[in-house]
Ligand binder design. Structure first.
Ligand code: HEC
Ligand code: HEC
Ligand code: HEC
Ligand code: HEC
Ligand code: HEC
Ligand code: HEC
Ligand code: HEC
Length: 287
């Protein structure tokens, strides 16, 4: 009926009514033609205000604080109960799904799928607190980390290295930190990677690194036996990228030129069988 009335009116030649139609309202502002808010009286949202630019989601007995707060227990950081805050997130007037992927992957297929919220968040009113230790007891967890500098049994520390639940095998770390003879054996990750991520501030940003905090400029310009006065070297600058530029300390060693393992231009599988072959040869020869 309403639609027919509109259709007939719009054929009139006189200047039309510029009042927003419900369809235009749904398209441009908020859905009031279908879904939970269909056919509500204009005053339910705009009543008591001076202009239509003002509205309230919490008046007329709608969305009282207790039930609204209860619907948002998962959204501890950005939700507040106010007459207008709702529209920022629910601009379409529909329910939303909380996406945990931005925090920690727990979707089906992920290693931590189907784990009860409470296993990681023992306090349901504070999701910023996590427990990783109950499921990851000292045995075997400590054993995984014998070559990992900065390892500690604190959930927030676990998370700083495993923000996305991932780990890079330490043997793949191009810069040598897992050999007992390396200058940087057991150097904490944070010493070389001191920045935290901006997207997930609880995680270490492994894409940036710092060498200068430990290696002072003065220590690199010493002359004498076994010393290299770096100021005499072409293309040397006292800056982090300079340290690992090609031909220098790419691997954190003094002879850092040769690429290590997976960085080698040999397919890993071929490399592995070559290593196997070299090992096996003397055994075979002995027989
Ligand atoms: C369920 C709540 C709700 C109902 C019912 C509702 N509106 Fe709105 N309306 C809104 C919201 C939310 C906005 C967006 C306000 C903004 O952009 O700041 C809006 C925007 C508007 C605007 C534009 C205001 C501006 O910014 O210039 C007009 C005009 C308007 N509504 C008219 C109406 C009329 C007429 C009705 C009844 C047919 C109606 N509304 C019903 C919630 C509602
Ligand atoms: C920071 C964004 C945000 C704000 C602000 C926000 N919401 Fe939500 N809302 C969500 C998300 C996300 C969900 C889904 C929660 C879930 O899946 O646990 C949701 C769920 C809901 C639900 C559905 C609950 C259910 O179980 O069906 C309603 C109703 C709702 N919000 C209304 C409101 C009202 C009213 C306000 C303002 C007082 C508001 N929201 C403010 C993001 C927000
Ligand atoms: C395997 C562990 C794990 C499980 C299971 C888990 N979470 Fe989380 N959750 C985390 C981690 C890690 C973070 C991000 C760290 C932080 O926010 O400090 C997080 C963040 C959150 C946040 C954001 C906190 C904030 O405001 O910053 C909410 C809300 C949340 N989780 C709710 C849930 C809910 C609801 C469930 C169940 C559906 C769940 N989590 C299951 C580990 C988990
Ligand atoms: C409900 C038990 C449970 C909780 C709680 C839990 N985990 Fe796990 N986690 C597992 C299981 C099971 C595996 C797979 C077996 C394994 O690697 O130990 C796993 C694997 C991992 C892995 C290896 C991922 C991979 O790809 O192999 C990391 C890293 C990890 N968890 C970190 C965490 C962190 C950080 C937290 C806390 C935010 C946490 N876990 C909380 C059970 C849990
Ligand atoms: C300082 C960084 C750091 C911290 C802190 C840390 N890890 Fe790890 N984690 C690693 C690295 C690196 C590896 C890979 C070790 C390797 O290749 O030898 C790893 C491996 C793992 C694995 C996989 C082992 C496997 O081979 O399947 C799990 C599970 C794990 N960590 C869980 C945890 C938990 C739980 C905590 C907190 C108690 C934690 N980690 C603390 C860096 C860290
Ligand atoms: C002595 C310094 C040093 C320490 C200690 C160190 N790193 Fe690194 N790391 C580097 C350098 C340098 C690079 C960059 C290498 C390159 O670009 O070739 C790097 C790169 C990485 C990358 C690759 C980042 C990318 O761009 O994708 C990861 C992941 C990483 N480190 C993890 C770790 C973890 C985990 C630890 C602790 C177990 C750790 N690092 C400890 C120096 C260090
Ligand atoms: C936490 C302090 C620390 C950080 C950070 C650090 N180093 Fe070192 N570095 C050391 C120590 C300690 C040694 C061993 C003693 C020495 O040779 O001075 C060492 C040794 C070296 C050596 C000599 C290696 C050898 O086999 O003798 C080189 C080259 C080197 N570092 C380069 C770097 C580069 C490049 C970075 C940044 C990616 C870096 N270091 C970050 C402390 C650090």
């Amino acid at each position: 009926m309403v639609a027919m009335a509109f259709a007939r009116c719009s054929q009139a030649t006189a200047p039309g009514n510029t009042m927003l139609t419900p369809d235009a309202h749904s398209l441009d502002y908020f859905n009031i033609t279908s879904g939970s808010h269909a056919n509500l009286d204009c005053n339910v949202c705009h009543g008591g205000a001076d202009s239509f630019a003002q509205y309230s989601c919490t008046s007329s007995g709608c969305h009282d604080q207790p039930s609204s707060d209860a619907a948002h227990v998962q959204i501890t950081s950005s939700y507040t109960w106010s007459p207008t805050s709702c529209y920022q997130c629910h601009s379409l007037g529909t329910n939303l799904t909380f996406d945990h992927t931005n925090f920690f992957p727990i979707r089906s297929g992920d290693v931590h799928a189907a784990i009860a919220c409470g296993s990681c968040h023992p306090d349901p009113t504070n999701h910023k607190a996590q427990d990783c230790l109950t499921c990851h007891p000292p045995n075997p967890t400590d054993g995984f980390h014998v070559n990992v500098g900065g390892y500690a049994r604190t959930s927030s520390v676990c998370l700083s290295c495993h923000a996305d639940s991932k780990y890079d095998p330490i043997a793949k770390h191009a810069f040598v930190i897992d050999s007992t003879s390396a200058g940087h054996f057991l150097t904490p990750c944070l010493s070389c990677h001191p920045n935290m991520r901006t997207d997930e501030p609880w995680g270490i940003d492994f894409t940036t690194f710092d060498c200068l905090g430990c290696h002072s400029q003065a220590s690199l310009t010493v002359t004498g036996t076994g010393q290299v006065d770096h100021s005499t070297l072409a293309s040397y600058t006292y800056a982090d990228p300079s340290c690992i530029q090609s031909g220098c300390h790419l691997l954190g060693t003094l002879t850092g030129q040769a690429p290590k393992r997976w960085k080698a231009h040999v397919p890993p599988r071929a490399l592995a069988s070559l290593v196997d072959w070299l090992w096996m040869r003397p055994l075979h020869a002995r027989r």
